[in-house]
Ligand binder design. Sequence first.
Ligand SMILES: C[S@@+](CC[C@H](N)C(=O)[O-])C[C@H]1O[C@@H](n2cnc3c(N)ncnc32)[C@H](O)[C@@H]1O
Length: 251
Amino acid sequence: MTQNLTFPLIDETVEEETTTPIQTPKRVVRHGTPSNDLVLSAHLDGNDTVFPKILELYVKHGSTVADVTYGEGVFWRNIQPDLYDLKPTDIKTGIDFRSLPYKDAEIDCVVLDPPYMHSPGGSAHQSHQAFEKYYANNRLAGQTTSKYHDAVLDLYIQAGTEAHRVLRDRGVFIVKCQDEVCANRQRFTHVEIINAYEDMGFIAEDLFVVVRKNRPGVSRMIKQVHARKNHSYFLVFWKRGQDRGKWEPPQ
Ligand SMILES: C[S@@+](CC[C@H](N)C(=O)[O-])C[C@H]1O[C@@H](n2cnc3c(N)ncnc32)[C@H](O)[C@@H]1O
C-alpha cells in the first residue's frame, strides 16, 4: 500500500555501503518504491497476529518448521496450512524439546515458546485453569534441578542446544519469552537468553515486542516496586555457520 508518508524513509542499504564517510559519497539507492506497509517491531496485538508476520519476514514458504511447544497451536491460527511444512510437537504429546526426533541440521526453522514464568509450586496457577492450560508453567516442575527463574532459563538453554543441533546453518530460531521479577529481583530473561544463545553459536537478528491488549491487575497490592509487565518478546536468531556473515532475507 502506498500512502502519503509523514516520516522519512530510511534505506538500510545506504547506511551499510558507506565505509569511509569522508572520502566516499553516500550511494543513492534508486530502486524500490516508497511504502509504509512495513513489518513493525512493536505490536499491541495477539501472538496469532504477530507470529505470521515474523514468519513472513524470516522464513521462506515451503520451509520445514518445527514448533517444539505447539500447545494449542495459537501461533498457527492465521497461517495457511500449506505455506510451510509444519512439524508440531509438545511434551503433552510425548516429545520433549530437549530430545527432538530429527537428524542434525535437517530443520529450517525452530519455534520455541516454553513456560516463561517460574512455577511457584504447589497448587499455584492450578486455580487459573485457562491460564495454566495454555502456559503450562507448572510443567516446569521436575524438568530441571534449578529453581524459580533459573529453572526457566535452564529450559531455554537446553532447548536452545537441541534447536542448534537440528537446525541447518543459517536456519532460523524464533523464541517467545517474557521478563519476570523473581524474589524481588528484576530478571531480564530476553537479555539472558540472547547472551546464552550467542555463546551457543546463534546470531540475534531481531526482536519484536508484543503488548497485552487488556490491563493486568493484582488481587492484593501492598506497595508496587517494579513496573508491572504487560509485554513479551519474540526473539529471532539464526544459526551461524562457518563464517559469521550477515543475515540474508529469504528469496
Ligand atoms: C506457552 S505454552 C505454548 C503455547 C503455544 N505456542 C501455542 O501457540 O498454543 C508452553 C508449552 O510448552 C510445553 N512444554 C513445557 N515443557 C516442555 C518440554 N520439555 N518439551 C516440550 N514442550 C514443553 C507445554 O506443554 C506447553 O504446551
